[in-house]
Design a protein around this ligand. Structure first.
Ligand code: ADP
Ligand code: ASP
Ligand code: MG
Length: 413
């Protein structure tokens, strides 16, 4: 069972969570619980790091931000004990959750499950702070924002759990963020592949890596609400959203829609380098150092050279990495040979996702037309087999999502 930040925000809510966990145990299950920091806490800790140094050392950042989850893990164990359950916490370094050394975005390599399984078999509820890991040099790591989802799936895989229930503040995965579009519809099932794509383009209900890990390890994941009344039936019969394989979906009564969902991401920034020499090696000189610094570049646009063998290169990266990106490029101004760097963080990416795109033409043009009809300008476009993304002005993102939700006939009746 995994509980997100809103579900863990304060004594009353943690007490309710303890009640939900206890009921699962009473239903005959052995339970491991993964918890997030209280809502807003990680943001607060990140701000302290930024205030200390805009180009903060990521290893020390991890030491700071991993603290939020330590608090809630201890507190949930205390609340469970108060309800008469046997419970103990297992911090990331105690299990340990082994990761690589990509600080602030570490990848889980392995979770040692021996002691955990023994304790669970003895009737103890295991409470594990999400987000935390330990690198090969025995330094604390964190898994990237939203990483507790990935911790939960990794723990579920390590203990061969029957299911991984992700309890959050909405009761499932919707066609788009139900906080933006009131007419969003809840999906009973969504395939790993579609969920992976939705997550990767900004649908933060699940962290992207949690979905790829679940897909790889065959973990059954359910998304459901923790805001249920305490006498509600156990999770086995709560109608959340199940993440299923393509084959499983075939076996259900679900009608396949052309578009599964729409997602928005306001955390991207756009960087343009003007007058980059149009010669072999120029883009490698830009993106090589960013890759080495673990900065995830998303959209990339290079125009054809107009004159003098020079061209503009535009790309997007996470806003959190913008200062670092600018510094890395600035340092290499001569080697790259660009004229000016222009950064803009007032952008947002809106994406439509659906496996139906594979066999249907016209999905992208519907999107472009719907946005054009509302006067929304597109600054960049990227596509994959089952997704079309556009970059627009951040102020227009909510309108764009609503317009597209209607254009693809996803609105609930
Ligand atoms: P937690 O703290 O439980 O991890 P998050 O805030 O990370 O919760 O994720 C849940 C939020 O994801 C919801 O409150 C909702 O606003 C947002 N969200 C975005 N896209 C979707 C979607 N397609 N379906 C459901 N929720 C979504
Ligand atoms: N607390 C971390 C974050 O806010 C991890 C998580 O909640 O999943 O990103
Ligand atoms: Mg989350």
């Amino acid at each position: 069972m995994k509980f997100g930040g809103t579900s863990m925000a304060g004594t009353e809510r943690i007490r309710r969570v303890a009640g939900i966990v206890k009921r699962q145990q009473e239903a005959g299950h052995e339970v491991a619980v993964v918890v997030s920091a209280m809502a807003g806490e990680t943001d607060r800790l990140v701000t302290f790091c930024r205030e200390a140094n805009a180009l903060y050392d990521r290893a020390e950042y991890d030491v700071v931000v991993a603290a939020g989850e330590q608090v809630t893990a201890g507190l949930l164990a205390l609340h469970l004990q108060a309800l008469g359950c046997k419970a103990r916490s297992w911090l990331g370094w105690q299990l340990p959750v082994r990761t690589d050394d990509a600080h602030a975005a570490a990848r889980i390599e392995d979770i040692e499950s021996g002691a955990l399984l023994a304790s669970m078999a003895a009737g103890e509820i295991a409470v594990i702070p999400g987000f935390q890991g330990l690198d090969p040099q025995a330094r604390v790591t964190t898994l990237g924002r939203g990483g507790s989802d990935t911790s939960a799936v990794a723990v579920a895989a390590a203990v061969h759990a029957d299911r991984c229930d992700i309890y959050t503040d909405v009761d499932g995965v919707y066609t788009t963020d139900p906080r933006i579009v009131a007419k969003a519809r809840k999906l009973k099932y969504v395939t790993y592949e579609e969920m992976l794509e939705l997550a990767s383009v900004g649908s933060k209900v699940l962290q992207t890596r949690s979905v790829s890990l679940a897909m790889k390890e065959g973990v059954r994941v359910q998304v459901l609400s923790s805001f249920i009344d305490e006498s509600a039936p156990p999770a086995d019969s709560i109608p959340g959203t199940m993440i299923v394989s393509d084959e499983e979906l075939e076996g259900t009564d679900m009608e396949r829609q052309l578009i599964t969902g729409i997602a928005a991401d306001k955390n991207e920034a756009k960087v343009t380098l003007t007058r980059v020499p149009d010669r072999p090696g120029a883009v490698a000189a830009i993106f090589g150092p960013l890759a080495e610094a673990n900065i995830n570049v998303d959209m990339i646009i290079q125009n054809i050279a107009k004159d003098k063998g020079e061209t503009d290169v535009t790309f997007t990266c996470p806003q959190a990495d913008l200062a670092r990106t600018q510094a890395l490029i600035e340092e290499r101004k001569e080697a790259i040979g660009y004229y000016r760097m222009i950064a803009d963080s007032k952008v947002a990416k809106v994406s439509v996702v659906g496996v139906g795109m594979r066999s249907h033409a016209g999905v992208a043009s519907t999107m472009f037309k719907a946005l054009a009809d509302r006067g929304i300008n597109i600054q960049a476009i990227s596509t994959s087999e089952i997704k079309v993304s556009v970059l627009i002005d951040a102020d227009e993102v909510e309108l764009a999502v609503r317009v597209l939700h209607t254009a693809y006939e996803l609105d609930a009746a």
